[in-house]
Design a protein around this ligand. Sequence first.
Ligand code: ZN
Length: 503
Amino acid sequence: MEPKKLTELKTLLAEANDLDSAVSVLYWDQATFMPPGGGNARGRQLATLARLHQQKSTNPKIGRLLDGLRSYEESLPFESDDASLIRVARRLYERAVKVPPAFMGRLYQHNAQTFQAWAEARPANDFARVAPYLEKTLDLSREYANFFPGYEHIADPLIEAVEYGMKATSVRTLFGELRRELTPLVHKIAAQPRADDSCLRKVFPISQQAAFGEAVARRIGYDFERGRLDITHHPFTISFAPGDVRITTRYSEAFLSDSLFSTIHEAGHALYEQGVNPAFEATPLGNGTSSGVHESQSRLWENQVGHSRHFWRYFYPQLQAAFPQQLADVPLEAFYSAINKVEPSLVRVDADEVTYNLHIMIRFDLELALLEGTLSIRELPEAWNARYQADLGITPPDDRLGVMQDAHWYDGMIGGAFQSYTIGNILSAQYLQAALRAHPEIPDEMEQGEFATLLGWLRKNLYQHGRKFTASELTERVTGRGIDIAPYMRYLREKYGELYKVE
Ligand code: ZN
């Protein structure tokens, strides 16, 4: 029998969760179908709901119920659903009560205005227009961090909000290790002849791209009965419940990779959310556990699966049939080499697997500098361009392809926004290695267009748990160790060693 206090707790948490889901629906609408004229009202609506959500989730009654449930929690195994729910609810509650509801209201209102300004300023290449908004974002980000006094680095509370247990120092150390291993590989590949990706840069009518992207998402297991695919500026996945997990994409007629791989990426996020135990709906366990583990799934499906030979041995004939004029006389190997072309580039979301993490490290370092106060918003475009020149050897021709390319700083806080992509890349290789150890037949099945064994393994070992375990608990359970760059580097060296004939 469930204790009465737990039933009461679940009721309160469900109300808070419903307000949060309503915020998500309004955000999804803003980023997909809302006309520009809706911007101001939407900002106010989001602010109201965010404030109410913050009030509901910091109701002192939740605190009292959590206290009253301590002995029940301790009587249960750590892994039990009830113990996990109480443990995770307590952790989130203790964080939430530190942030005043009025602050969340101000933040959401500001975010909605900033996002709107960015959406208009970006195509116009007008950084000056968004700079005042970003200055306020930086102030708000610092204000948020200061609700958690006692941090080592001002970015820590922002990182911990999405990546529980990680801090600026631990991320810096991890990135430092990765950079040392990655940079020589980037240089060796750069010394080789560039792959030819002209087969991806023809005219690809959008309706066929949409049909093919949908078919791929469906085939790997994305459930359209519990989701949908729409168009946006900056693709994202959003979950209102395990039964309604939506993905978005954007199309470029002139470049096939853009939508195709972003659709697979978002479908990977969505497979995770659709795979959460439905019993966790409307509880704090009902979502993926951290941004890093989330990115591990989007990147696993996008790259390790979606950029593999096995995957395309099955899908390429279908792609050729969808685009006969463009691809009929392009052999599979030429296509495989094109989609895996390594080249220092300006846009993170289009970057190849090898140079991708350099884009993240640039953003992470700039975020820390902004929060520390050693870099100002006005100096940001120049600092951005200088780092691209230093790390990738190229300079953005304008801010549209530079500092204004990502939505992140324009729809949320500065800090905590980027590290998870690289953490996800590292984890994705650890998880896939564990899956392949359990099921060496997975690559052969992919060649037949079968993904059920891989998806089933991921659901059983990762997805179903939702937020029950932290990223490090989950990684420990699945791989027997903590985060480790070795499997990721081995994967990159093997794949790109063969493609570029380097050691
Ligand atoms: Zn993602």
